[in-house]
Design a protein around this ligand. Structure first.
Ligand SMILES: [Zn+2]
Length: 233
């Protein structure tokens, strides 16, 4: 229940519990973690805890948020319904298909990286996983989403799911503050192929990885040879 990608909204639904007709929605955002402790909280855990709930058998559920970027909402049934409708599908859901991804991307001329990170279109993909998936799919992150061919979408679909599954297997990506559900660090950061690697060699072709801020004003690292431009592919 508490393993998942705590980068976007992907984990929010699974952590939401009905209580007295109200539901709680937590958006951990960039530096928030949702943790379960079966021991006393150490000073570090307590220092950044913004929510602490007893969940029985001596266990404590803690929302730890280092930079206080996360949000907690208590929602009644109507608000919950509106809230849930505003979140795109889970890419790891069994019923999520490449065709469904194509629908999520359709009608947008924005850069594919931006569209992937738009939680209203697709849940749970942030800056790290968008870059990693686009590299695996050999897609230019700046390419307009509506220009992807069915073959491009299929590669992207496979890449998104591979990256998320691989990260969950390695208990997430701890670049700075992220902690797993039991307070440890993830290890997917050791498997990152582009994120944070600008200037280093591409793992596939050896070219020096480039970076741009032109897509969404955040750093995007990519291989100009493997991901290129649409005309090069
Ligand atoms: Zn390359």
């Amino acid at each position: 229940m508490f393993t998942g990608i705590v980068e976007g909204l992907g984990t929010v639904r699974s952590l939401t519990r009905q209580s007295g007709g109200m539901r709680m929605g937590i958006q951990p955002r960039m530096t928030g973690s949702l943790l379960v402790y079966h021991r006393r909280l150490d000073p570090d855990a307590r220092r950044y805890a913004v929510l602490e709930v007893s969940i029985g058998d001596g266990a404590r559920f803690v929302f730890r948020d280092v930079r206080r970027l996360g949000t907690i909402q208590l929602l009644d049934a109507a608000s919950w319904s509106t809230y849930e409708r505003g979140i795109g599908p889970e890419p790891l859901a069994r019923q999520f298909t490449a065709e469904r991804l194509a629908e999520c991307l359709s009608g947008s001329r924005q850069a594919i990286k931006k569209v992937l990170m738009d939680q209203r279109r697709l849940a749970g993909i942030g800056n790290i996983y968008a870059q990693e998936a686009l590299f695996r799919a050999r897609l230019d992150p700046s390419r307009p989403a509506d220009q992807l061919s069915p073959a491009d979408v299929q590669r992207l679909y496979d890449a998104v799911r591979e990256v998320l599954h691989a990260s969950i297997r390695r208990r997430g990506t701890t670049v700075r503050d992220y902690r797993t559900g039991t307070g440890g660090t993830g290890s997917f950061q050791r498997s990152l192929e582009v994120y944070g690697r600008a200037g280093e060699p591409c793992t596939r072709c050896g070219s020096t990885l480039a970076e741009t801020h032109a897509i969404d004003r955040r750093t995007t690292t990519f291989c100009w040879r493997c991901q290129g431009t649409p005309a090069d592919q």
